[in-house]
Design a protein around this ligand. Structure first.
Ligand SMILES: C[S@@+](CC[C@H](N)C(=O)[O-])C[C@H]1O[C@@H](n2cnc3c(N)ncnc32)[C@H](O)[C@@H]1O
Length: 228
């Protein structure tokens, strides 16, 4: 019998997903990394912070591109349990009260996390506080348009589809939140699902491309500290 997806909180969702999160490559992650590989050339390679680091995917990616050190913060103990296998420092904590010293990182990143945070303004202020003068903030999120195409943050757990609750922030909400804490938008991309994803060896991909072809599923933004 077909069961409709069970909607759960972010805490519960990532508790259930942690052990299998890394077993399949998400097409969204590949799209993000494809664009980010160009942007990263403009990042100051020093200390990077990953807010909502999860199992460490982006931290590993940044280390492989020459960052001196990467520190990750996440609210889920279960996701961090997987991330401890990276050569990065991981800390349990919340995006709205980061356990990180002020002005201590060159780049603060957050991928697919701020949509789980109700108060975007608080999260933006915390990321801005941690960044050194002249530093960069990078954010990737599920695109607001994706939800109009019935896209959900879901996965399978015990044969049941589980969908994780999101706060649907608008593009302008992100831009205004970071501008209000002294960061200007310097780059934005809305990569669309395209045929290049078919190169991924994953049985889910053809159906994914079929369903979302031409739809921008990710919103990527790079902000620069207004003061230099
Ligand atoms: C979709 S995962 C993204 C993980 C990783 N950034 C990546 O792109 O693979 C979202 C992560 O955000 C974390 N998260 C959600 N709300 C959070 C908050 N308020 N503070 C810190 N982490 C949070 C979750 O526990 C989860 O690990």
């Amino acid at each position: 019998m077909h069961r409709s997806p069970e909607l759960v909180s972010s805490n519960e969702g990532y508790r259930l997903w942690a052990s299998t999160y890394d077993t399949t490559r998400s097409p969204l992650h590949l799209l993000e990394e494809h664009v980010l590989s160009r942007w990263v050339q403009d990042f100051r390679r020093g200390v990077a912070l990953d807010v909502g680091c999860g199992t460490g995917r982006l931290m590993r990616w940044l280390r492989a591109r020459g960052f001196e050190s990467v520190v990750g913060v996440d609210r889920s103990h279960e996701m961090l349990q997987v991330a401890v296998d990276t050569d990065c420092v991981v800390v349990n904590g919340d995006a709205i009260r980061l356990p990180i010293a002020s002005h201590s990182v060159d780049v603060a990143c957050s991928s697919f996390t701020l949509n789980h945070v109700r108060d975007l303004q608080l999260a933006a202020a915390e990321m801005a506080r941690c960044v050194r003068t002249g530093g960069t903030i990078y954010v990737a999120e599920y695109h607001p348009i994706a939800t109009e195409h019935n896209w959900t943050r879901s996965f399978k757990s015990d044969d049941q589809t589980v969908s994780i609750h999101l706060f649907p922030h608008r593009t302008e909400d992100y831009i205004e939140a970071f501008q209000s804490v002294g960061f200007s938008l310097v780059r934005m991309a809305e990569p669309k699902v395209g045929l290049e994803l078919l190169a991924i060896n994953d049985p889910r991909v053809p159906a994914f491309v079929d369903r979302f072809a031409g739809v921008p599923l990710i919103l990527m933004m790079m902000f620069q500290c207004a003061k230099t």
